[in-house]
Design a protein around this ligand. Structure first.
Ligand SMILES: NC(=O)c1ccc[n+]([C@@H]2O[C@H](COP(=O)([O-])OP(=O)(O)OC[C@H]3O[C@@H](n4cnc5c(N)ncnc54)[C@H](OP(=O)(O)O)[C@@H]3O)[C@@H](O)[C@H]2O)c1
Length: 261
């Protein structure tokens, strides 16, 4: 692809874990990639790191919970690289506990970060981001196997990810005639900083150690290990290709066999 028709990809939460692996792969595939996350230093460092790998990447701070921030992020991306072809809604947080003890603040923040944000950014990309005017587009939402089955002590997280899967299926059907596909990628356990925080949370809740929790979780995965961020990114990279044009309104697992649905 020549520089002028390089596709433009947005990746939220791309300074760590899955988002970083996705940004790197999409850039290696020839996309111009615009990234965002809340920590400005991490955004700067990540952009520099990827540029040092000869990839075409830029980015800015973004808080997916704020409409104002989302608007500025999409505007910044369009000003820098042009209208958006590929959107990867990846930013997210864990969150749960004993449901009877969950505060409104925790519940609302998980739903804002993981679910409301996906609607907010998608609408902004379809409209001001220019995707709606095109005959081709890719919207890829990083949900979770927790978006298909309930996770103990994870009610807010599970509810938010089920919401993402529902949104994906509805919008995928709605946009199918337009050439824009909408899919969810559902990771199981993936070794990232978030996964380490999740193990800490369960260790505290079960009065256990993080090592014991790791062993317990690995035993649940038929493959016997966590997936890697690169393995999740690989499916995102495929969904962003022309060949994936007939895959839409799906929620596809990358989970070592954890989810059979
Ligand atoms: N790891 C797993 O086992 C697993 C399994 C299933 C699904 N997932 C999903 O995969 C996605 C990525 O997870 P990960 O494990 O890679 O997490 P991670 O390592 O914690 O990275 C999360 C990224 O999202 C950004 N972020 C968090 N809150 C944000 C906000 N309000 N606005 C903008 N950016 C925000 C973080 O940067 P800042 O903190 O600087 O904002 C960071 O770049 C999430 O949606 C998660 O739910 C993960």
């Amino acid at each position: 692809m020549s520089e002028s028709n390089q596709r433009v990809a947005l990746v939220t939460g791309a300074t760590s874990g899955i988002g970083l692996a996705v940004a790197r792969l999409l850039a290696k595939q020839g996309h111009r990639v615009f990234i965002g996350a809340r920590n400005a230093d991490n955004v700067k460092e990540t952009v520099q790191k990827l540029r040092d790998e000869a990839l075409e990447v830029d980015g800015t701070t973004l808080d997916v919970r704020s409409m104002e921030s989302v608007r500025a992020f999409v505007q910044g991306a369009v000003a820098r690289f042009g209208t958006i072809d590929v959107l990867v809604n990846n930013a997210g947080r864990s969150g749960g506990g004993i449901t009877a003890d969950i505060s409104d603040d925790l519940w609302n923040d998980v739903i804002e970060t993981n679910l409301n944000s996906v609607f907010r950014i998608t609408r902004e990309v379809l409209g001001p981001g220019g995707m709606r005017q095109k005959k081709w587009g890719r919207i890829i939402n990083i949900a979770s196997t927790a978006g298909k089955q309930g996770v103990i002590l994870g009610a807010p997280y599970s509810a938010s990810k089920h919401g993402v899967v529902g949104f994906t299926k509805a919008l995928g059907n709605e946009l199918a005639p337009t050439g824009i596909t909408v899919n969810a990628v559902c990771p199981g356990y993936v070794e990232t900083p978030m996964a380490a925080r999740v193990r800490q949370g369960y260790a505290a809740a079960y009065k256990s150690t993080e090592e014991e929790i790791l062993t317990k979780f690995q035993a649940k995965i038929p493959l016997g290990r966590y997936s890697t961020p690169e393995e999740v990114a690989g499916l995102v990279g495929y969904l962003a290709t022309d060949t994936a044009g007939s895959i839409t309104a799906q929620a596809l697992n990358v989970c070592g066999g954890l989810g059979n649905f």
